[in-house]
Design a protein around this ligand. Structure first.
Ligand SMILES: C[S@@+](CC[C@H](N)C(=O)[O-])C[C@H]1O[C@@H](n2cnc3c(N)ncnc32)[C@H](O)[C@@H]1O
Length: 243
């Protein structure tokens, strides 16, 4: 399976992002994602699309007994093993679609900014439900449908180069979107809000929290951050597997 994160140029550009250099505190959504986690002391945590492993490290620091981070990209897993190792953490090169999802195995499944690469998300919701213990918690942050339905996933700019507005088209046509991300061609998957939320409700999840990411005040003066209040880029969800 092709994954841009193993492309040398893209991987190099990704490494320059503030969140890659400085971890969760540099991620604009972390102040909203962190409070969604349940107590992790002694718990088992699965991270889907773990990247450098920042959320795995967080889970281990919270006292999780075992953390598994899976990612399709060999380069990202190598980086996770360099940066965020702890005894309780295991990393594995494995696609979200290919993981075996053992029945009632995990207390918490987390996925940050990886599920918009998945075409058949409802199938993953079913597998996550199966692999969670009763009342287990699924927390994810996915690119927002308003973002993924953006034309070219980019602003329309004024002549002087300022973002004028965010164009949306073909909202109800879910599926593949060819985008430019970090100067590279990246294929993402657009899912409507109904598909995301009803996909959970139709598969026995209870919705706990739904949030749209807004940068914290202290990041507001960073370049481009004020524009993040003009359209939502990320959708954060906490869902509970009722069994
Ligand atoms: C934006 S990064 C986020 C990484 C990490 N979750 C974080 O928040 O720091 C997206 C990650 O998803 C991974 N990914 C994309 N498609 C995947 C798939 N089908 N299965 C597993 N991982 C995938 C990429 O390799 C990449 O590491």
């Amino acid at each position: 399976m092709n994954n841009e994160y193993d492309n040398k140029k893209f991987f190099g550009e990704y490494a320059k992002m503030p969140r890659s250099k400085n971890g969760l505190t540099a991620a604009g959504e972390w102040h909203q994602l962190k409070p969604l986690f349940p107590l992790l002391q002694g718990k088992k945590v699965l991270d889907l699309g773990c990247g450098y492993g920042w959320h795995c490290k967080f889970a281990a620091e919270q006292g999780a007994a075992h953390v598994l981070g899976i990612d399709l990209s060999t380069k990202m897993i190598e980086e996770a093993e360099k940066r965020n190792t702890q005894n309780q953490i295991e990393y594995r090169v494995c696609g979200i679609e290919q993981y075996e999802y053992p029945e009632s195995m995990w207390d918490c499944v987390v996925s940050n900014l990886a599920l918009h690469y998945i075409e058949d998300l409802e199938k993953i919701f079913q597998k996550v439900y199966k692999t969670l213990k009763p009342d287990g918690v699924f927390i994810f942050n996915i690119e927002h449908p308003i973002f993924t339905a953006g034309v070219g996933q980019n602003w329309i700019y004024t002549e002087s180069g300022k973002p004028e507005y965010w164009p949306i088209d073909n909202y109800f046509f879910s599926g593949e979107r060819n985008t430019k991300f970090l100067g590279c061609d990246v294929i993402k998957q657009h899912h409507t809000l109904t598909q995301l939320l009803m996909g959970l409700l139709n598969n026995h999840f209870e919705l706990g929290v739904v949030e749209e990411a807004k940068p914290p005040k202290e990041m507001m003066d960073l370049p481009g951050m004020k524009d993040e209040l003009r359209r939502p880029m990320m959708l954060l969800v906490k869902a509970i597997a009722r069994k």
